[in-house]
Write a protein that binds this ligand. Structure first.
Ligand code: B16
Ligand code: MG
Length: 217
């Protein structure tokens, strides 16, 4: 059995389903640019930073834009995203996640956030969960986007716990790849067809206790 001393949670798709808001907001921007944007494109953008997501859409459409226009487009996408995600409330936490975090804390494990999102603190605050985290690393603190392991390595450093003892929960392939690159054990949240190279993939936390998650490692 692995010696897990902390868990690092991704935000979008693991703690709350804001991925659907990102999808709606990126699709509206892509429509305005005349670039097709499918749910497969959205899957590829999960865990990917705002700027890299815009570059993906521009590349797909063969569009070359100046830096100021790119900033304007990202601001517009984010404003639309905030209209949708700004209504997040504690009831939006995904099934089982609050219970899992509480049971980790009761057992003396540390809990950190490892998200690419620059809106992570706002969302955690709206979920009423921010005080439960021992460390927060998000898109405002990192220079390299997942699949680079920077976000998780920073989280482990903030907790002062080695990566091998920090279990990552991730819904995006880019995040699973980031965890593996940093030497973290990782559990995928979603479908085993969409996610590869995780120690295990579970559909969500609803049917799992901490003990049953440990048994998967
Ligand atoms: P923002 P995560 C990621 O969050 C999302 O999965 C991804 O779709 C989004 O583009 C990225 O955050 C940046 O978000 O525009 O809010 O800074 O899954 O790493 O928690
Ligand atoms: Mg995610």
């Amino acid at each position: 059995m692995r010696d897990i001393r902390a868990c690092i949670f991704d935000l979008d798709g693991v703690i709350v389903d804001t991925a659907s808001h990102h999808f709606v907001a990126w699709r509206r921007l892509a429509d305005e640019l005349g670039v097709p944007f499918s749910s497969e494109d959205n899957e590829a953008l999960k865990g990917v930073s705002r700027v890299d997501s815009l570059e993906y859409i521009l590349n797909k459409g063969g569009l070359v834009l100046d830096p100021a226009t790119k900033v304007r487009l990202m601001d517009r996408k984010n404003a639309h995203y905030l209209e949708l995600a700004g209504k997040t409330s504690p009831a939006d936490a995904l099934p089982g996640v609050v219970e899992l975090i509480d049971s980790l804390k009761e057992q003396g494990l540390k809990v950190a956030l490892g998200s690419s999102s620059k809106n992570a603190e706002m969302i955690l605050t709206r979920l009423n969960l921010i005080d439960r985290f021992d460390a927060l690393v998000d898109g405002n603190h990192i220079t390299l986007s997942k699949p680079d392991p920077e976000v998780f390595i920073s989280g482990a450093k903030a907790l002062d716990i080695a990566p091998e003892h920090c279990l990552v929960f991730e819904d995006a392939q880019s995040g699973i790849d980031a965890a593996n690159a940093g030497g973290f054990p990782v559990i995928g949240i979603g479908s085993a067809e969409a996610l590869t190279k995780a120690a295990a993939v579970i559909p969500g936390f609803g049917d799992y206790t901490w003990d049953s998650i440990c048994a998967l490692l």
